[in-house]
Design a protein around this ligand. Sequence first.
Ligand SMILES: Nc1ncnc2c1ncn2[C@@H]1O[C@H](COP(=O)(O)OP(=O)(O)OP(=O)(O)O)[C@@H](O)[C@H]1O
Ligand SMILES: [Mg+2]
Length: 308
Amino acid sequence: MHRCWGGRLHGSRHQLDHNGAAASGAAAPRLIPRYSERVAQVITESPSPAEPLLRLRGIEKHFGPVQALYNVDLDLPSGQVTALCGDNGAGKSVLTKCIAGIYQVDHGQFFWEGQPVTIHSPRDSAKLGIETVYQDLALADNLDIVQNMFLGRERLRNGLLNEDDMERAASQTLANLRVTTVRSIRQPVASLSGGQRQSVAVAKAVMWNSKLVMLDEPTAALGVVQTQMVLDLVRRLRDRGLAVMVISHNLNDVFEVADRIAILHLGRKVAEDRASTFDRQSVVEYMTTGAHGPAVQAGNDKGQHGTS
Ligand SMILES: Nc1ncnc2c1ncn2[C@@H]1O[C@H](COP(=O)(O)OP(=O)(O)OP(=O)(O)O)[C@@H](O)[C@H]1O
Ligand SMILES: [Mg+2]
């Protein structure tokens, strides 16, 4: 089967600047860089308030005969939380993995800060400043918090691990994100609660100059208090100017943290707009029926009638 690996420009099919305009209002304060202490490195500078950090256009992905994504357009602006919603099998995880470079897209284009880029591997994605937090795969159970946060990127001094330096940086990052409930950063992550694990996984992601953090079902296995802890963390990332994409089936979580909502139905994006333009009922309707919602009706419906 013919494949065109990522980064192929698909003509000039542009949707209305709906989302860009939505981004401009909330993004304006980020024009003044906030270099706060040691987490300054995670703060992103937006090249233009109207330009989303990451813009996806015409993304398609199939696995053999299964078409997982059809012509998906999505904007992920800095300083905003975008919730990606959809029923089981809608394509949320596949889309996330395409952005993370785990899967290569068949067709479509990525624009990073307005420039076309190719994402062919997790390395490409990491180099851009994209970090993904998976519910179960994020951390190594047998390692402690510091070891996990520096896994594969250990700091050395004179050829030896610079434990002091790594401990300091790990503590500082957790403190800056106000993750205060862990007893010791030297405890194995197997001994952490679900919410603490999720927090460490997020802190690990933001330590590495991340500009976009994607969280796939970050609260799925968590209780009420732990869920609040993770949602607070998501807000803090947003307030630091990062673009955040959250996948969640839980509409309470979605409406609590999302600035924007995008909805997939059977591999097609059926709605994308500011969260305030949706209510629970409409989100459920778009998720379950695939009816077109905002920002799709007005010219982004090629996928609805395209290849299948
Ligand atoms: N590696 C794969 N090989 C074949 N098909 C796949 C693969 N990964 C995903 N799919 C298919 O792609 C479609 C989208 O799957 P995806 O995992 O993205 O759904 P999802 O929206 O994340 O669902 P859920 O809410 O259940 O996690 C499904 O039909 C799934 O069966
Ligand atoms: Mg999934």
